[in-house]
Design a protein around this ligand. Structure first.
Ligand code: F6P
Length: 364
């Protein structure tokens, strides 16, 4: 840690369980090596606006199991497409990367560790091109970053969704209802597949497999005819019908990705009850999947990610993102990490296992 003395940590995009565990691991490892660690507040918005604080050992102690991020975060402050709201409420998008760069220099930073998902890694890659020393750490409950076997946050979200499905099972079977649960995941079906398989959902709908309405009706009707008087449908927010499109709840230009997904669960619930006459209820799990304590798996992964990120800082290996490859945390170029999104492949063993035990994906 002799050359790089002032390290910034930033959390970007939506929060998820395990962010504090990474902050703790990076800060403690760097501080133990003699560095000063600065916490940039509220993601890239705070970086552009010049908000940060020097972190103390006591601030980063006792946070391993805490959800959220002690630094704050935002999914609105892409410095290259920075939204400025005029007095008339109109949004103008401008490039504020020069302002961010000035803060980097003003704070005397030697490197930053950027903890975030797809959007944060795209921004980190551009900042790297501008000459900033950036190390990436992949987080997201969506698990849609291709370069790592898994992102931290995913296991915790899957745990929450699985528990919710278990609970819907007992009430659904008592009342002989069709229970639809909408989970997050954006354009990837990892949370729906992971929790649907773990919770024994009868139908799992994911963005990677467009569904046929008729296949859903047939499945719940068939279960009912065979005396199984309830069904569980686990639907990813990004799932779409074969002949239709994504359901977008709202467009917000300020967001790094302007589409806020949501609503497909309600639509499916309404259609099932209309077409099958079976009593149906819909649960939208929403941000419960993002809040609260990380699972032991996520705490350990986050701590290992933070430790390896600190090692990259020490060795001056910038422009890299830490990534889990098999049983080891390694590093990959951020540029390569953002080359493609990780979607559920049709070769997925989990997918085949689910089909083998009779789960429908609404396609046949
Ligand atoms: O990317 C994580 C995620 O939770 C998605 O699964 C979801 O679509 C989105 O963020 C929700 O974002 P917001 O917190 O802005 O509602």
């Amino acid at each position: 840690m002799s050359k790089t003395q002032r390290i910034g940590i930033i959390t970007g995009g939506g929060d998820c369980p395990g962010l504090n565990a990474v902050i703790r691991a990076v800060a403690k490892t760097c501080m133990n090596g003699g560095a000063t660690v600065l916490g940039i507040e509220d993601g890239f918005e705070g970086f552009v606006e010049g908000r940060m604080q020097e972190l103390t050992d006591s601030q980063v102690s006792g946070i391993l199991s805490q959800g959220g991020t002690i630094l704050g975060t935002s999914n609105k402050g892409d410095p290259f497409h920075y939204p400025i709201e005029g007095p008339d409420g109109k949004i103008e998008i401008i490039d504020e990367s020069a302002r961010l760069l000035r803060n980097y220099k003003r704070w005397g930073l030697d490197a930053i560790v950027a903890i975030g998902g797809d959007g944060t890694m795209h921004i980190s890659s551009k900042l790297s091109d501008l000459g900033l020393n950036v190390i990436g750490v992949p987080k997201t409950i969506d698990n849609d970053l291709d370069a790592t076997d898994v992102t931290f946050g995913y296991d915790s979200a899957r745990f929450v969704a699985t528990e919710a499905i278990d609970r819907l099972h007992t009430t659904g079977s008592s009342h002989h209802r069709v229970m639809v649960i909408e989970v997050m995941g954006r354009y990837a079906g990892w949370i729906a597949l992971g929790s649907g398989l773990a919770g024994g959902a009868d139908i799992i709908l994911i963005p990677e497999i467009p569904f046929k309405w008729e296949a859903i009706y047939q499945k719940v009707k068939a279960r009912s005819l065979h005396g199984k008087r309830f069904s569980i449908v686990c639907v990813a927010e990004g799932a779409k019908p074969f002949d239709g499109d994504l359901v977008v709840k709202k467009l917000d230009e300020k967001l790094t990705d302007s589409k806020r997904l949501g609503g497909i669960g309600e639509l499916i619930g309404d259609r099932i009850s209309e077409q099958t006459r079976l009593e149906t209820r819909v649960t939208v799990l929403g941000h419960l999947q993002r809040g609260g304590s990380p699972t032991p798996f996520d705490r350990n992964l986050a701590t290992r990610f933070g430790y390896v990120a600190s090692q990259l800082v020490t060795s001056g290996k910038f422009g890299y993102m830490v990534a889990l490859k098999g049983n080891r945390v390694e590093s990959v170029l951020i540029k390569d990490a953002i080359a493609q999104q990780k979607l559920v492949p049709m070769t997925s063993q989990a997918l085949h296992a689910a089909r083998a035990v009779g789960t429908s994906f609404g396609d046949e």
